[in-house]
Write a protein that binds this ligand. Structure first.
Ligand code: F6P
Length: 756
């Protein structure tokens, strides 16, 4: 029983604990109550035996003397002797019953009603009970003078009764002590149970709010509390996507209300901060990456952990033992967890499968994709490594994991298998080609199945979503629900949704910008341009998908068709070197350098180059200064998921001026319809558009720019993240409703079972 009580205490099974406690208490009480009469009667018998022994002892000591005195008929001496015997505290009276049954020599206290008839006068010692004057008496009759008479000793048995009563009192006192001890123990137990329950309710509340799983049996009210919270949660109106003005504080509010307590983990190949060793010490670089510039402000707003490849040569020097570093460096709000790759792994996973394979496959830029088996094996291994990092970093069983881009097509399923409670939102930052194009990939089924481990799969445009659904339809056996745009594979449903990515509003790089005329003056001075000159800019990574060579050809066409602009027009191309290890990238860089030289040779003159190609990384404030100084910005991607440069240019122009020339093959063209939309493959058409842009009246520019600015302001990156997080929240709520219904059905079945 003690073992059972110990177990019940440990498992906080209050019913069992109280049940066993009560049984133990009743058991002990019954034993005491049952033992009490036995103990009393034992005591009485023992007292009587004691009295008998004493009486016999008295007789043995006095028999000879008494018989002598009786023989001598010495009445006074006999009387005196009997009086002495009667002095014993337990003796009430003594007398002598003679041959004829007469009582002689009775001592003082001999009860009047006593007569020798009342005792058995046998040849042996005998004892009998007698009640007189309120006393229980034990009468001992001892034959003397060879049985001719009997000495009678009347013992008062009151003391035996008294002893019995005392024993009963002792037993009752013990019982009272046990009851008191039980009350003290029960109070202590109740207080500690209540204390533990309070802690558990608090723990359950916190974990239930974060959607975390509380281990079964971790508290008697866990189930009820969880149910209640869920019901309250489900009834609470959430943030409304369309009525919300999306900014950093709205994302923070979302995380503090609808998603309170939810852990957010971002996974991307490119890290937001790169630490590099320089002669002057360690330098922190912000990479030229649309993905990073979109997600970084979101992470600043909602905190959490960002897991990425540590690619800087000083990255290892600045992390702690867990490969963590708090960022942003000036005001840390989230944790960057770095994952390490060897050079060989980078070659195969990043340069090989991701960039020579998937990048080329998904961008229709007519660069043939390369698929190597060794690259694929490494890609799988690195996806596993990032899955390990996620599992290690996750502090809860139900985090929201934001998987970024084509480097991690297999990761969503790996997370689903190892962390089934996670809400995995995968965002594919590049286009998704049509099913026929995708079909050339040797691992198409594995890639699609890997992506379908996501809870939500996002693309920039509806067009890319449709392409993906077509691809699933062609290559993976699954159920496609076109009405709800979802795919169910192996019982798991993935929503496929468009989330057009954007930039933060207002962009951080705008914080210290000077007024537009000052920016223009500074840039013009740096480039040595005269004030009446018109400036066009292009800002990109040096990537073959960006159509850099094509826009140079358009400049060539423009100056050929409109030679009057020679000397009055300059195109500045900022091109950040990227993936230069790859032949296709080196080729496009060389081609661009040659094309710029050719155009400059053809249309330039002494001190005038119509194309300035700046092959280096430009910091964000420098890029924004360029945008503010320019008359037009050319974004002529051959194919682009979204293109944030277009949106940044719009955000930079708070003066409402400037013209955006935008490729129809960039996702941004679906939103920024007030831009001048071009086909980058049509050099003459694009040349004519440049001329149209340069001649556009300021009022026209203003109208277009204001409409585009309104759109980018409202559809900023916080809305992009907010929409995904709201959808994730809806999904989590839906799951909770399903769980709740299932639990209620279980409870109902159990009730029915109990009733029958
Ligand atoms: O478009 C996909 C993307 O990940 C962008 O987000 C980013 O601009 C670019 O590729 C970054 O490339 P990388 O990380 O290889 O330099």
């Amino acid at each position: 029983m003690l073992k059972k009580l110990r177990q019940a205490w440990a498992s906080q099974d209050v019913k069992t604990f109280a049940g066993y406690g009560a049984v133990a208490l009743v058991f002990v009480t019954l034993i005491i109550l049952a033992a009490s009469p036995f103990a009393t009667s034992f005591m009485q018998q023992w007292s009587r035996a004691d009295v008998e022994t004493r009486s016999k002892l008295v007789l043995n000591v006095t028999r000879d003397n008494l018989e002598t005195l009786l023989s001598q008929d010495n009445s006074s001496a006999v009387k005196a002797l009997l009086e002495r015997i009667a002095e014993d505290e337990k003796v009430l009276a003594v007398g002598y019953c003679d041959e004829r049954g007469n009582l002689r020599y009775p001592t003082k206290l001999m009860p009047a009603i006593f007569s020798c008839e009342k005792v058995a006068r046998s040849d042996t010692d005998s004892f009998s009970s007698f009640h007189a004057d309120g006393h229980d008496l034990l009468i001992g009759a001892f034959p003397v003078l060879s049985g001719r008479g009997h000495l009678v000793i009347l013992n008062d048995l009151g003391f035996a009764k008294q002893r019995g009563a005392e024993i009963r009192r002792y037993f009752l006192a013990i019982l009272a002590i046990i009851l008191l001890a039980t009350i003290i123990v029960a109070t202590f137990v109740a207080v500690s149970f209540i204390r533990r329950w309070t802690l558990q309710i608090r723990h359950t509340l916190v974990s239930a709010r974060s959607g975390q799983t509380v281990p079964a049996g971790s508290g008697p009210f866990e189930h009820e509390v969880r149910q209640l919270i869920r019901q309250l949660d489900l009834n609470r109106p959430g943030m409304e996507e369309d009525r919300t003005v999306w900014d950093a504080s709205a994302v923070r509010r979302l995380m503090e209300t609808d998603l309170a307590g939810t852990e957010v983990i971002v996974v991307s190949n490119r890290e937001p901060y790169i630490h590099n060793r320089t002669a002057a010490g360690v330098d922190i670089q912000l990479p030229a990456s649309g993905l990073v510039s979109a997600l970084e402000p979101v992470m600043r707003a909602c905190g959490g952990t960002w897991i990425a490849h540590g690619s800087g040569n000083a990255d290892r020097d600045v992390v702690d033992a867990n490969d963590h570093i708090a960022v942003p460096p000036d005001t840390p709000t989230y944790t960057l967890r770095r994952v390490w790759l060897s050079d060989e792994e980078q070659d195969e996973y990043y340069y090989g499968l991701a960039n020579e394979g998937l990048w080329a496959l998904c961008h229709i830029a007519f660069v043939r994709p390369t698929f190597r088996e060794s690259d694929w094996q490494t890609y799988k291994r690195i996806n596993e490594r990032f899955a390990d990092a996620i599992i290690k970093e996750a502090k809860t069983t139900t985090p929201i994991v934001l998987v970024q881009d084509y480097h991690f097509a297999l990761l969503p399923r790996m997370i689903r298998n190892r962390l089934p409670g996670a809400t995995v939102i995968t965002f594919w930052h590049i286009p998704w080609p049509n099913a026929e194009t995708f079909s050339i990939c040797p691992w198409k089924e594995e890639i699609v199945q890997g992506m379908l481990g996501s809870s939500i799969l996002g693309f920039h445009t509806q067009f890319h979503c449709n392409n993906f659904l077509e691809t699933v339809d062609r290559f993976v056996e699954s159920r496609i629900d076109r009405e709800h745009a979802s795919v169910t594979l192996g019982g798991h449903e993935t929503l496929v949704r468009p989330y057009p990515i954007s930039i933060e509003w207002p962009p951080a790089a705008m914080a210290h910008q000077k007024p537009v005329p000052e920016c223009r003056a500074a840039v013009f001075a740096r480039l040595g341009l005269s004030p009446e000159c018109k400036l066009a800019v292009g800002v990109e990574r040096f990537d073959y998908t960006k159509g850099i060579v094509d826009r140079m050809r358009a400049v060539d066409s423009f100056l050929t068709e409109h030679p009057e602009w020679k000397g009055r027009f300059v195109f500045y191309q900022a091109a950040a070197p990227t993936r230069s290890k790859l032949t296709s990238y080196r080729a496009v860089q060389e081609e661009a350098l040659a094309e710029a030289a050719a155009v400059n040779a053809k249309h330039g003159s002494e001190g005038y180059n119509p194309i300035v190609l700046a092959v280096r990384h430009h910091e964000p404030h420098e890029v924004f200064e360029l945008f503010r100084a320019a008359d037009l910005c050319i974004v002529s991607s051959l194919h682009d998921g979204m293109n944030l440069v277009a949106k940044e240019f719009v955000a930079a122009r708070d003066d409402g001026q400037g013209v955006l020339v935008l490729s129809s093959f960039a996702g941004a063209s679906r939103e920024l319809s007030e831009a001048l939309i071009v086909n980058p493959y049509d050099a003459n058409g694009m040349g004519a558009t440049i001329e149209r842009a340069l001649s556009m009246p300021p009022a026209d520019q203003g109208e277009r720019m204001h409409l585009m600015r309104d759109l980018v302001r409202a559809r900023n990156v916080y809305r992009w993240a907010g929409q995904m997080l709201l959808d994730a929240n809806r999904l989590r709520k839906k799951q909770r409703i399903l769980d709740l219904t299932e639990q209620e059905q279980k409870a109902h079945r159990w009730n029915m079972f109990s009733l029958t």
